[in-house]
Design a protein around this ligand. Structure first.
Ligand code: R1P
Ligand code: URA
Length: 304
């Protein structure tokens, strides 16, 4: 695998108001930066090379434990971990060069986390950290248990752009992810013998109607309408549907942050809507993106 590119001075924020002199409250993380604590912030977060996030707090804690063991990074309490900052909105762990957090469900809470973590890493002087979303999804034409590495995030028109209304005007941002990292992660899936594909990811603001499910509390379309949309999505290269990849891709692309989205499919949406697999099977699916990222990060940190 190619080593990570480490430019000497790489800034990943786009805001002249955020300066080393200005205090900055990272409200949802329960952390703050100022000139008086800048050395502490740099000493805790300055070495971050990977930021790994996903929806569920439990999944991310589990991942933090596994990465501590994989990288053999012990704390004074063995592999025991303590979350950083406030846990009322997000849980964050740091294991050596890996920062780990949950982002909740959907693009709004993911966006807030990305803004605050990116400012934190900037304040700390962290250089060129790779951002990875690790999650679950509904497959489109792929079986449950497939690891989909996203090439881009799509909107409801199957376009790889993310629209954000800012001060009354809609701004469009390109929602593509790093192709080289996607290939490396796909190669790691291959080496582990896991079913996988690189494909486009449709990101929705809802689990039911926007994903074309027939089993929400409201449904005003037919099975034929749903299947026609899913088939059109498949034909356009979509291989999974979830709720964050597009925003994640647009944010990282805008700030030139190397990034990937790695989600396992829980079902094939061409076969149904309800997630009916037993808990043990879903748990084993959840382990797959983790297994891939443990190997990937281990290989990358060994090269550094
Ligand atoms: O597996 P996670 O990261 O929670 O993500 C997926 O699961 C949630 C819906 O069940 C959405 O947030 C979707 O994107
Ligand atoms: O179908 C699915 C499964 C997981 N997450 C989603 O957003 N959709």
């Amino acid at each position: 695998m190619a080593p990570l590119e480490l430019p000497s001075a790489h800034h990943h924020i786009c805001n002249d108001n955020i300066t080393p002199d200005a205090p900055d409250v990272l409200y949802h993380l329960g952390l703050s930066y100022s000139k008086s604590n800048c050395c502490e912030v740099a000493s805790i977060f300055g070495d971050v090379k990977f930021f790994v996030c996903g929806g569920s707090a439990e999944r991310m804690k589990n991942f933090a434990h596994k990465i501590a063991e994989k990288l053999q990074i012990e704390t004074p309490f063995g592999y025991a971990l303590a979350p950083i900052g406030s846990t009322s909105r997000y849980v964050i762990y740091k294991v050596g060069p890996v920062l780990i957090a949950n982002h909740g469900m959907g693009m709004p809470s993911t966006s807030i986390l990305l803004h605050e973590v990116t400012k934190l890493l900037e304040h700390a002087g962290a250089q060129n950290a790779v951002y990875i979303r690790m999650g679950t999804s509904g497959g489109v034409g792929v079986a449950g248990g497939t690891v989909v590495v996203s090439s881009e995030g799509l909107n409801h028109e199957l376009r790889a752009v993310h629209q954000i209304p800012i001060l009354g005007k809609v701004h469009e941002r390109v929602a593509t992810l790093d192709p080289a990292i996607a290939l490396e992660i796909a190669a790691t899936c291959e080496a582990l013998g896991l079913p996988h594909t690189i494909g486009k990811t449709l990101s929705c603001d809802d689990f039911y109607e926007e994903q074309g499910r027939l089993d929400g509390a409201i449904c005003e379309y037919t099975n034929e309408d749903k299947m026609a949309f899913l088939q059109a999505a498949y034909d356009a290269g979509t291989r999974n549907i979830e709720m964050e990849a597009r925003m994640f891709a647009a944010f990282t692309h805008k700030l030139n942050i190397p990034a990937a989205v790695v989600c396992v499919t829980l079902l094939n949406r061409l076969d149904g809507d309800q997630i009916t697999q037993p808990h043990s099977v879903l748990e084993s699916y959840d382990e797959r993106p983790m297994a891939v990222l443990l190997e990937y990060i281990k290989a990358k940190t060994t090269e550094m």
